[in-house]
Design a protein around this ligand. Structure first.
Ligand code: PEP
Ligand code: MN
Length: 353
């Protein structure tokens, strides 16, 4: 894919490229106050949502066009570049009219090719950097498809944002990182900058530092982090926003390792192992939740916890399956025995309550 490497002039090329700002534009004071604090800490690109796609009606859907002059003011007062999310042709026209410097396409929009095409058509012939968030569902083709639609409209300053993927069972993360997906995107389109969004992946402040480090270890180019002058009072995504001060602290703590082929390869593999282990924990906890539901059912129907037939069936079935997948069947039996033991323990707690 033919791309221009500089997204915005004057922004340091060294990793990480940092974009920061509140989830949403709320008031003129809130954006200006936050922007000044970020700018004084060296942040060059300010993000903030004017139009907010919410999963359910009734949430804060953004201040809309009245907020655009406030971003213009941020630009004038701080000299920062300003970025906002667009989802329709109207958003594009309004944002361009207001002199917004960079646009991003949100995860819910990327998942809809009609919407992406509408945005692409509205951008035809416009030279503005656009970042494309991954779709909410883990579909690499859909993500690349969105990138191609914008590229086909003639835009060359493109980047992608990895913000994780929805899952039914939310445990550690708000959106599962599934690192192998952006890694595969890097392999398919090596020259597109990848920016990690630890705020939307983690969904909570405490996870931002470690996810950011992980992204840097995977050689991602940048970070987009939600930062608010008063995070607890934020009108959207309060639990994942941090003050500019904390943001500075997190950025300064990051270890940026220089690329050396062999160790980097090992890093990538280790990160993949970490991801597998995280997935194992999530799946196990999902399994235990279901086991507890079964426990409740058994209690209501006066059934015994242990049903030997079912247990033997599981051990045999997965022993064979494990072997077919290149693992020792004894090893698989041991794993399932341990899992079964914990399920029985959890059901016993319920039955004896
Ligand atoms: C956002 O950036 O505030 C946002 C709405 O993110 P996403 O599209 O990743 O959910
Ligand atoms: Mn947000």
């Amino acid at each position: 894919m033919e791309l221009e490497s500089i997204l915005l002039p004057g922004v340091d090329a060294k990793r990480p490229l940092v974009i920061a700002g509140p989830c949403s534009v709320e008031t003129e004071d809130q954006v200006m106050n936050t922007a000044k604090q970020l700018s004084s800490r060296g942040i060059k690109i300010f993000r903030s949502g004017i139009w907010k796609p919410r999963t359910k009606p009734g949430g804060f859907e953004g201040v809309g066009t009245i907020g655009l002059p406030w971003l213009k003011e941020v630009k004038k007062e701080t000299g920062m570049y300003v970025a906002t999310e667009v989802a329709t042709a109207l958003h594009v026209y309004e944002a361009l009219k207001a002199g917004i410097d960079m646009l991003w396409i949100g995860a819910r929009t990327t998942a809809n090719p009609f919407a992406v095409q509408e945005v692409a058509d509205a951008l035809k012939g416009v030279d503005i950097p656009v970042l494309i968030k991954n779709p909410v569902n883990p579909d690499l083709e859909l993500w690349i498809g969105a990138l191609e639609r914008i590229h086909n409209a003639g835009l060359k300053k493109l980047g992608v944002i990895h913000r994780g993927f929805s899952s039914y069972d939310k445990k550690i993360y708000r959106n599962l990182p599934q690192w192998h997906i952006p890694i595969e995107l890097r392999r398919r389109i090596p020259n597109v900058p990848i920016i990690c969004d630890p705020s939307h992946i983690g969904g909570k402040r405490e996870l931002i530092a470690s996810i950011s480090q992980q992204a840097m270890d995977l050689n991602f180019d940048g970070l987009i982090i939600e930062s608010h002058c008063n995070p607890d009072a934020a009108w959207s995504d309060a639990s994942q926003q941090i003050t500019p001060e904390v943001l500075e602290y997190i950025i300064n703590l990051l270890v940026i390792r220089n690329e050396t082929q062999t160790t980097e390869d090992l890093q990538t593999l280790r990160k993949q192992i970490d991801e597998c282990d995280n997935n194992l924990i999530e799946e196990l906890s999902k399994r235990m939740r279901i086991a507890r539901e079964i426990g409740t059912y058994k209690k209501e129907h006066n059934m015994p916890i242990l049903q030997t037939g079912r247990y033997t069936e599981i051990l045999d079935k997965y022993g064979v399956l494990g072997e077919q997948c290149g693992m020792d069947s004894e090893f698989i039996k041991k794993v399932f025995e341990a899992i079964h033991e914990e399920s029985v323990r959890q059901q016993a707690v319920i039955i004896n309550k």
